[in-house]
Design a protein around this ligand. Sequence first.
Ligand code: KMH
Ligand code: ZN
Length: 271
Amino acid sequence: MSVNPLIISCPIVGAELMKEDYPYLPTTVDELAEAAAGAVDAGASIIHLHVRDEEGKPSQRVDIFDDVTKKIRERCDVIIQYSTGGAVGNSIEERCAPLRLRPEMASISMGTMNFGEDIFENSENTIRIILDAIIMNGVMAELEIFDCGMMETVDRSIKKGCLPDKFHIDFVLGVRGGMSGRIKNLVLLSEYLSPGQSWSVAGIGKYQLPLAGHAILMGGHVRIGIEDNIYYRKGELTRSNKQLVERVVRISKEMDRPIATVRDARDILDL
Ligand code: KMH
Ligand code: ZN
């Protein structure tokens, strides 16, 4: 394997936007599979997955996760990571339900926070229940970290024996209610990491590109996609997840950081 290739994770849809907000939003099974295949074609090795129901609304329905997973698998090989965050207000049962399909990875948020106007509930009890479901289904966890306090929760969870031996860490910066995407926040968060811990950064909105650039230089990985940012540049909507991924691939290659294949990503994450 090349030296520390860059894992690109692509959050193709998320749970916050509707087609009225962003006309190119993939929502149907076919559109989600097409978005995933495009991102993988461009260089993504992980698809961070939320799904939508027939009305285009965010859903944690197992049958839809199953349909989308199968459709993606028909198109390409990629690590599929289910969201257990779902949409704000989902019950714990809804959030855990798709895990029974045993995806390769699942994200779990490591603390309660203001999320725009809403409250994203992740009490220690909620975290424990979701983590248990992740572990029971043999899924690799990606811990979503929105501020430094959540890294302290990670440390506490390790000491209490609640976390699996291996996990990936994703810093999500720029949500209103969490830490902003200023570079100094990424640097500060990186100081909490144990040696050898794999990590990535998901910059929200205008923070996506500068944080990705810094993570590439710092040896971390990146999350790039429409869940986090719908603009290609100020005032110009991106046309697709693929378009966002393609730019980061170009930047990384220019910085002499090769792009991880799906196989590289599985090796790095020990999947
Ligand atoms: N939709 C947010 C409330 C995750 O995917 O794990 C939570 C979220 C985090 O998107
Ligand atoms: Zn998500």
